[in-house]
Write a protein that binds this ligand. Structure first.
Ligand code: PLP
Length: 455
């Protein structure tokens, strides 16, 4: 077996990691964890350190680690048929079965699912389909996409442009000219502190409508949003937000793309985030919880309205020129089928609806009054703790102080993994949906102790 030193050397010499300070890593100043095994909510590194993973990898291992049913389904699929493509109407038992299972769970007005590999490429697909849709409808100038500041939609060319976190734009020359970013529905960080939550919702809606009128509705194709902000800060929408936004989109013939990469398959304590908030999207992006990350797979779920136009397009123009080699990969599809069965049989959506709010409530009780805790918030199995320099005046720490990374590191020393969210001092929690109440208590205790140590 390789020694830790040998592995660390290979890692520094050979491996370019995603979302990493490349220079520090290559110099050996910022080594990450090398994880070896995992079971339930716990991951174990090469040295045998066992940690409760309160972020489920990157909020994706929804069913928890080490599920043998999924491992066997993947192995069986690899033995029987490792690959066949899905072009020109081909498929596999696994991919057709998974499509059926996804559509059984999707809202009634949805029609078909297209499978990709990850959330970023699914959003690239969505934007191409939206443009195709408007070209077929004879509206070639209706192409701009509105997303929101602090939205996260991936880091591809278009998906990275849709993302509303400047870190993901910096120095990349992304094609940002077709993307407009509107107000983030983040009440705690509103500019005007005098606004009530309802007034802030009205402002978000007014800002959106003003943007549409300024640009011209005939130039705007779609609005993309996570039902609840994830990577931008884990922020539930302010009261009445979706009920104010959706009618504006309908009035102006703008499609609604609900990016359900995080919220899909139970994370909010509902099967999907869209019905959870009462919205009826035209397209839904799914990934993470589709396979619980046992294999890469994503999807674009299309409504009847969109599907009919796509059909018309191919009747007029021939086969649609869009596809990946690995679309609907049988191993990902087999993982998806086994995963969705477990989500049902283990009652994980229900568990998220019960244990998630318990985690948020216990967290609020333990640290909610601390002078450096601005807000504890959450929905379903998503929780955030926002740290501030001063709670009463709502002043924020300097990013350079690296307060949240320090707190998260202190939690790590106590055996709990949380995430320092990329923008602002926000500790994020998105545990596997199978988290127990005792495990939630462990997460809360580690957070309280780490905050005491650092602040
Ligand atoms: N959309 C949302 C809401 C996400 O949270 C993510 C990833 O975290 C993505 C899209 C991109 O997915 P991927 O990293 O699989 O490309």
């Amino acid at each position: 077996m390789l020694t830790n030193d040998e592995l660390a050397k290979w890692d520094r010499e050979s491996f370019m990691h995603p979302s990493t300070h490349l220079a520090q890593h290559a110099r050996g100043e910022a080594p990450g964890k090398i994880i070896k095994t995992a079971e339930g909510c716990f991951i174990t590194d090469r040295d045998g350190n066992r940690m409760l993973d309160a972020f489920a990898g990157l909020y994706c291992v929804n069913i928890g680690y080490g599920r043998q049913e999924v491992a066997e389904a993947i192995a069986d699929q690899a033995r029987e048929l490792a690959y066949y493509h899905a072009y020109v109407g081909h498929g596999t038992e696994a991919s057709v079965t998974l499509a059926h299972m996804v559509m059984e769970r999707a809202p009634d007005h949805m029609s078909k699912v297209y499978f990709g590999l990850g959330g970023s490429d699914a959003n690239e697909t969505n934007i191409k389909l939206v443009w195709y849709y408007n070209n077929i409808r004879g509206l070639p100038q209706k192409k701009k996409i509105i997303s929101r500041w602090r939205g996260y939609h991936g880091s591809g060319l278009m998906s990275g442009s849709l993302t509303g976190l400047t870190l993901f734009h910096q120095k990349f020359d992304l094609p940002l000219d077709t993307v407009l970013h509107t107000t983030s529905p983040y009440y705690y960080r509103r500019d005007d502190l005098s606004l009530s939550e309802e007034q802030f919702t009205a402002k978000c809606a007014a800002d959106l409508e003003e943007m549409i009128e300024r640009e011209g509705a005939d130039t705007i194709a779609a609005f993309i949003a996570e039902p609840m902000l994830g990577t931008g800060g884990i922020v539930p929408p302010p009261a009445g937000y979706w009920q104010a936004i959706e009618p504006i989109l309908r009035k102006h013939d703008i499609l609604l793309i609900a990016d359900e990469v995080v919220t899909g398959f139970g994370r909010l304590g509902s099967m999907f985030g869209s019905p959870h908030y009462g919205i009826t999207p035209d397209i839904m992006t799914i990934a993470k919880g589709l396979t619980s990350a046992y294999a890469p797979l994503s999807g674009s779920i299309l409504s009847d309205k969109v599907w009919k136009v796509l059909e018309q397009g191919t009747d007029e123009n021939g086969p649609i020129g869009h596809g990946w080699t690995y679309s609907a990969h049988p191993i990902g599809a087999a993982a998806g089928v086994a995963n969705l069965k477990l989500v049902d049989s283990l009652n994980l959506v229900q568990n998220a609806a019960e244990v998630g709010p318990y985690l948020t409530a216990q967290m609020a009780e333990a640290i909610g009054e601390h002078a450096n805790v601005g807000e504890v918030r959450g929905e379903g199995m998503l929780t955030a703790v926002e740290l501030v320099k001063d709670r009463d005046s709502r002043t924020f720490f300097d990013a350079a102080d690296k307060i949240t990374p320090q707190v998260v590191a202190a939690m790590g020393r106590r055996g709990v993994v949380a995430r320092a969210m990329p923008q602002g001092d926000i500790i994020g929690y998105a545990p596997p949906l199978c988290l127990s109440r005792e495990e939630a208590d462990t997460v809360v205790q580690a957070t309280a102790d780490a905050i005491k140590e650092v602040l």
